[in-house]
Write a protein that binds this ligand. Sequence first.
Ligand code: HEM
Length: 609
Amino acid sequence: MGTNKCSGDLAAHVSESSAWPVKLALPNQCAAPVQNMTADVTDERTQRLSSYTYGLPAREALRLDQPASTYPSLHTVKMALTEQSWGTVVIGYALLFVLVHHLRSAQDWYARSRGRPLPPGPRRLPFVGNLFNSPSAWKPWLGFRDLTNKYGDIVYLEVLGKPMLILGSPSVIFEFLDNHSAITSDRAPSPMIPLAGQEYNLGFMRYGEWWRRHRRAVWQQFHPNAAREYWPMQQAITRKVLVKLLERPNDCQALIRFSFVASMFKAVYGADVDDDQDRRIALIEALFVGLRECTISVQFLLEYLPVLRFLPFWTPWVGKHLEQLSASKEPSRHMVEDEFNEAKARIEQGQGESSIVSHLMTRIAEVESNQQREEEQIARNVAAVSAEAGADTTYSTTEGFFLAMCLYPEVQQKARAELDAVVGPHRLPEYTDRPSLVYIEAIVKESLRWHNVAPLGIAHSTIADDELRGYFIPAGTNLVPNVWACMHDPEIYPEPDRFYPERFIKDGKSNPDVLDPATLIFGFGRRICPGRYFADAGLFILIASVLHVFEILPPLDEHGKPIKLEHVQSHGLLSYPENFGCVVKPRSANAAALILNSLPEEQSTSEET
Ligand code: HEM
């Protein structure tokens, strides 16, 4: 067998690398001569030499007896083989690296989990996890409820490496979010927060010292005793709302909005919002247009592909939503800067009434001068988040109450009977009546339960690995309490879709055996809503006062017939009754007179002018 230098080199090289599963492909320069072999090369040889190209064992191909003139150039073949071998080595190392990495991750995971399993949930695919079998992102509380029906009240999902735990019953929610609150009080960072200009929002801040300082400042303004200080103001604004409803009985929605924006701005900035045309109402509306967008259209995409936030606004579909999201930026800045500056200026000129800003300014004056800048930033943020968080949540809950009254007129009748007995025809309800108004109290609870403003609360996140009922919960897991599912669980609240305040009453008193919705609706652990006492007081006085003097009715269509209403929760982090509408009618001439006489002297004069 005549060998030549070319085949000899080749053989030497192949024998070095033969330990690897070699798959060679000759470059074009080599392949062409191979295909043009002279007549003394047999068909068999052609076939065997061509086997280079098709990955047959290289050694075998080299045993050919070929004339030197037909061989590819030595240098070309050598280069080709050297490149191929390097490629093989690189691939080998890469595989080894992946294997070692995988083994190390498995070892780390075992050390962290100590063999405890992850909670049950749908099967996860490598890398994408549950991307293709997560419940629909549209009104996810429904899909999450179905998952907990199937897997139990703790369900684990993972999408593109982000772990998520669905907590589907009150007991597991309290156990994890309340009892483990040192670990479960973080919030996952989101690219939507800076896009919407919401960095100042305590509700979205990471758990830590900065959050703690804000939280303390808010709590000092809204703890139960502090919240009582706002009662006279909340009652006065409610009475203003009654007068406006009397004048404009078809404008319920705008006047509900007015009611809560006015009380929040009065409490926080000491500012008077006189009517529903006030610029501050438009400000809150504008702020929430963007914020709602955060949670509706682009949430899923942005959370998992944060790089999309850099897309220009003209990008089809995503661009439009990014633009809407960033529409919150200017109103947010306005709240933090301009509203605060105006309130501060009023206080400095001695015109400001007692307000949250005035309390915070007093506090700032008491700290060391080198800390004042930071304290003022906290004060600005706290003022803005209070006004913002308080205005929309109570608004949505009250819309739910008005809708329920249209759908369940018998509830109105029972409420009026109680109000007539306790309050009587000569005055409006007051906070001191509350202990005697058991049915009204039950309506407040049922309003919180029936229409859930935050159906999934606000997700918490774990700052460290933890254990729940024997399952391993990794650090950085998003914890989603399915508040809506708890509030609509027929085992806890029979006929959950029915608005039925009686469920909270037993023997003429509040029934302590029925779970109070407030224990879930206002959130959990260290992140529980600090404004809950203020919100509860505002809801009580508005509900009691409106029912005392008005009948709440569905709106009429163009033929004068009542429009058929139904309760549908809108999608989003904050949910509203869809297609809301209703009208009010004074219960009697006496009720109308009572409303007009209820305003303080100076207010009724200014209302008339
Ligand atoms: C019906 C009315 C309200 C409802 C249903 C409601 C509900 C909630 C919920 C579910 C949370 C998240 C809690 C958690 O993370 O577990 C929250 C947080 C918060 N709420 Fe409310 N809220 C209401 C009214 C108010 C009011 C009037 C204020 C005014 C001060 C307010 C201020 C806040 C703030 C500042 C946070 C963030 C707390 C934190 O992350 O540490 N809320 N609220």
